[in-house]
Write a protein of this length. Structure first.
Length: 130
């Protein structure tokens, strides 16, 4: 399984040009083993819609149902273990709680995180792909 950062998930669902060919290929290759979506990503998408920073083609609840039903997608719950891990990330990591939870999710599941977020990509304590 791989974990998709929120922006990667949204771009993948919308076939957005911002998603690199390398990311598309990596996601396609890993679809059979699972595309993990942290539960916090659902909240992030809803907040972006609420704030007018993301416009979706349908209401947020409908979009989430559809986006979570894509082949290979697995919703990863925010467990107590992930919550605790997000507060104990080794080394220096920025203070965005959603990013902390997504990184903690990838660490707990011991799988790569697909992100183009430079702050996360520079963090050495999580596997980043591609």
């Amino acid at each position: 399984m791989i974990v998709l950062d929120t922006h990667i998930w949204v771009w993948w669902v919308h076939d957005d040009a911002q998603l690199t060919a390398e990311c598309r290929d990596f996601i396609a290759a890993n679809e059979p083993t699972g595309l993990g979506i942290s539960a916090i990503s659902c909240w992030e998408v809803a907040k972006l819609v609420e704030l007018g920073r993301l416009i979706l083609p349908q209401p947020i609840d409908v979009w989430l149902d559809l986006a979570l039903a894509y082949p290979g997608v697995q919703l990863l719950d925010l467990t107590p273990q992930i919550a605790v891990e997000s507060t104990r990330l080794p080394g220096a990591f920025h203070r965005d709680p959603a990013d902390q939870i997504i990184v903690a999710t990838a660490r707990i599941y011991d799988c790569p995180l697909v992100t183009l977020d430079g702050r996360i990509r520079s963090y050495p304590h999580v596997q980043i792909r591609p």
